[in-house]
Design a protein around this ligand. Structure first.
Ligand code: TRP
Length: 317
């Protein structure tokens, strides 16, 4: 079956506006959702295969090991909505165990989404594929979907950790609304653990995470007409234990000025742009977050080393 493509992508002005807004703040910041242009998505795929980056392979292992139990909770023949259609490997494991009637990948990267939707549509010919290009953090707009089928959501990769806890609650609330009462959500959440293991995952020796972080500036140069000298910024990532999060920054190596759309923005030597947080949650902490968003904790699965968790939460009521 050919796949359908629904483009709800925000217009280009959003990028410029958000970039200028973020750089006007103190400390300066940039939204991580802009990481995922074509190059960013490719780098991210490569990061997920790095030895230091344990979350992806650990989550896939859990999905493989627990496929049958997961299918019991999420059901077959559902409408399966995937937020951030990141990893082709993960979704295939899940599609194989769930066999949904309709698969709705939602992703902000249109090119990446077209690639993966076409491959999935080819390999799962009996499944309807409705690809949605959208910024799900802004609004979870979906095309018309069958009303009779049970709905389930898949939110892998601990992407929920990239939102501030309050924003995470409101995003989960939106997901709950799309699912409706009784709908199930399968969500991957990275667990709190020792600093060394966490920091190594975001400071790989091949410098792919650095390239991924710096690619944000290259993208802003291209799409917002900026003139960042990428060689004058460095990647920095560390665990902020008090906040329970990995922070990623781009550090200006010298005093410099950058011009974006006619505006000059000054950077001090050592000044940082905060580009991303990755919150880590204990099982209990995450269950509380889900409860705040109207979900009941149903089950969770983890790996033998307790590196990563996959939760099944159900919309209450
Ligand atoms: N959400 C995942 C995490 O926080 C994946 C991810 C997002 C990531 N941005 C990243 C991984 C930047 C490495 C670097 O781990």
């Amino acid at each position: 079956m050919p796949y359908a493509f629904h483009d709800y992508h925000p217009p280009a002005e959003d990028l410029l506006g958000e970039v200028l807004g973020g750089l006007a703040r103190r400390p300066k910041r940039l939204s991580p959702k802009f990481f995922y242009d074509r190059r960013g998505s490719q780098l991210f795929d490569a990061i997920t295969r790095l030895p230091e980056y344990y979350p992806t392979r650990t989550e896939i292992g859990i999905l493989q090991q627990r496929g049958e139990a997961i299918a019991v909770h999420l059901g077959h023949d559902s409408v399966l909505i995937e937020l951030g259609s990141g990893s082709p490997q993960k979704i295939r494991v899940l599609l194989d165990s769930l066999r949904p009637a309709v698969y709705v990948p939602v992703d902000i990267s249109g090119e990446h989404l077209r690639d993966s939707a076409s491959h999935i549509a080819r390999d799962y010919p009996d499944m309807q594929v409705e690809a949605v290009c959208a910024d799900y953090s802004a609004s979870l707009q979906l095309p018309d979907l069958p009303q009779q089928a049970a709905r389930a959501a898949f939110f892998p990769g601990s992407s929920i950790g990239n939102f501030e806890p309050q924003a995470a609650v409101s995003l989960l609330r939106d997901v709950g609304e799309v699912l409706g009462p009784g709908g199930a959500m399968l969500i991957g959440v990275d667990l709190k653990k020792d600093r060394q293991k966490l920091e190594a995952a975001y400071n790989d020796t091949r410098l792919l995470t650095a390239a991924f972080n710096l690619n944000l500036l290259t993208r802003i140069n291209r799409e917002a007409g900026a003139d960042f000298d990428v060689s004058r910024f460095a990647h920095r990532a560390f665990y902020n234990e008090a906040e329970g999060r990995i922070e990623m920054h781009l550090v200006s190596s010298c005093a410099q000025q950058v011009c974006i759309d006619g505006q000059h923005i000054g950077f001090g030597a050592g000044e940082t742009i905060h580009t991303e947080n990755s919150y880590k949650y204990s099982v209990e902490e995450f269950r509380e977050l889900g409860a705040e968003a109207g979900f009941e904790a149903e089950q969770f699965w983890t790996d033998p080393e307790q590196l990563f968790s996959v939760h099944c939460l159900r919309v209450a009521g």
